[in-house]
Design a protein around this ligand. Structure first.
Ligand SMILES: *Cc1c(COP(=O)(O)O)cnc(C)c1O
Length: 415
């Protein structure tokens, strides 16, 4: 069956059925281990000679159900779900890089990812940063030590957009895979593998789960990269799997050894959250555009939203993002004090360090997510002393607009 619509495909895709007792959802296999009739059977499972589960850290049917569904949505060759988005990014990078290797990354990254690149530095893996990941910057920064190019499709919270096609061509001609963190875009806005990316990572904690009830991450591999095993010596033991070496190293080696599996209950919660991704993204993006337009007309407020026609990356909304501009906007209030006053007087937006929830969430990134990041690096990530980040939810747009405009007015009078 082929479906033309996103929601129909999501609900009736080939990986959405086939559970053992005809359940309409995957059962939650909330177990640590799986038992077998004989030692011979379990031996076969460990030797990868028969399909089966042994121990949840190395595989679990609820995790498989969630992996297969995201893999189908992204058009991948296989996916591995992880305990968090950070775990997914760590696994994907460590599968490709060894001490002495280099990564090219976009500067406007999620704070946790910036911190991870600092940790990798201590393991001898060096990152060079580009203002944005595009053809020109990859060509400029690539060298014989580069092993991966990493960027966020829509960076959180700077809201720059990667040029996936251009960057992947430049990376591929140097024998390097392109990894796209598509957390903020979601498969509803973009399918990076179809645009040239080789690996997609998600924090499923955000829009994919949608309800704010489970941390999780996912790595999806496109299956098409031609590995040069001398260059990517981190994969050399998996050479016999050819193009699939990356996925095999993850699945049978790094992912299980680092111990970052997703909890089965979290896989279930994220699976059911995913059911409404299309509906939520539609409403969230519509609300975000309406709120951004209203804030843009508000005196003293400088709004950053991809959907506004004067945004420097606005052209990508139609070029890469299916006509949508995402659910995150930021604005500069003029001072940290004013930013705090506005945030504190909002009625509906919750003050919380998350994005992609059903509820509108708001935060002052400089004093939270970027508190351990140096000023220069923080500002390069689009976070200033007076920046407020809003993750727009599915409330009624009129209520959100009223709430924000009133909070801004009150903040002027010090009220
Ligand atoms: C939240 C986030 C992450 C990290 O995900 P966790 O699930 O919190 O570990 C990575 N990248 C982006 C773009 C994010 O928004």
């Amino acid at each position: 069956m082929e479906y033309s619509g996103f929601n129909t495909g999501l609900l009736h895709g080939k990986t959405s059925t086939g559970y053992s007792q005809r359940e309409i959802l995957p059962p939650v296999s909330q177990v640590t281990a799986f038992s077998y009739e004989s030692m011979e059977e379990l031996e076969k499972v460990f030797a990868h000679k028969s399909m089966g589960y042994a121990y949840t850290r190395i595989g679990n049917p609820t995790l498989t159900a969630f992996e297969q569904r995201i893999n189908e949505l992204e058009g991948g060759a296989g996916a591995v779900c992880c305990s968090s988005g950070m775990s997914a990014i760590t696994c994907a990078l460590l599968a490709l890089c060894e001490s002495g290797d280099e990564i090219i990354a976009g500067r406007g990254l999620y704070g946790g990812s910036i911190n991870l690149f600092h940790d990798l530095e201590k393991l001898g893996i060096h990152t060079v940063f580009a203002d944005v990941i595009n053809r020109e910057n990859v060509e400029k920064l690539v060298n014989e030590k580069t092993r991966a190019v990493f960027g966020e499709l829509i960076s959180n919270p700077s809201l720059t957009v990667m040029d996936v096609a251009g960057a992947s061509e430049a990376a591929h001609s140097a024998g390097i895979p392109l990894i796209v963190d598509s957390t903020t875009a979601t498969p509803y806005l973009a399918r990076p593998l179809s645009m040239g990316a080789d690996i997609v990572v998600h924090s499923t904690s955000k829009y994919i789960n949608g309800g704010g009830n489970a941390i999780g991450g996912m790595i999806v591999y496109g299956g098409k990269f031609n590995w040069d095993f001398e260059k990517h010596s981190a994969l050399s033991e998996f050479k016999k799997y050819g193009k699939m070496a990356f996925l095999l190293r993850l699945r049978t080696d790094l992912w299980e050894n680092l111990g970052g599996c997703m909890a089965p209950a979290n896989a279930f919660l994220s699976y059911i959250g995913l059911d409404t991704l299309g509906l939520r993204m539609e409403k969230i993006c519509d609300n975000a555009l309406k709120l951004a337009k209203a804030l843009d007309l508000t005196k003293g407020i400088d709004v950053n939203y991809l959907g506004l026609s004067d945004h420097p990356y606005h052209a990508y909304v139609n070029k890469e993002l299916n006509g949508y501009a995402g659910g995150i906007l930021t604005f500069r209030a003029g001072s940290k004090e004013k930013a705090f006053r506005i945030i504190n007087s909002l009625k509906y937006a919750l003050i919380a360090s998350n994005i992609g929830d059903l509820r509108t969430l708001v935060i002052h990134p400089a004093s939270t997510l970027y508190i351990h990041t140096g000023i220069e690096e923080r500002e390069a990530a689009g976070v200033y002393e007076d920046t407020v980040r809003v993750s727009v939810g599915i409330e009624d747009a009129e209520d959100l607009i009223k709430d924000f405009t009133e909070a801004i007015e009150n903040s002027d009078t010090g009220g």
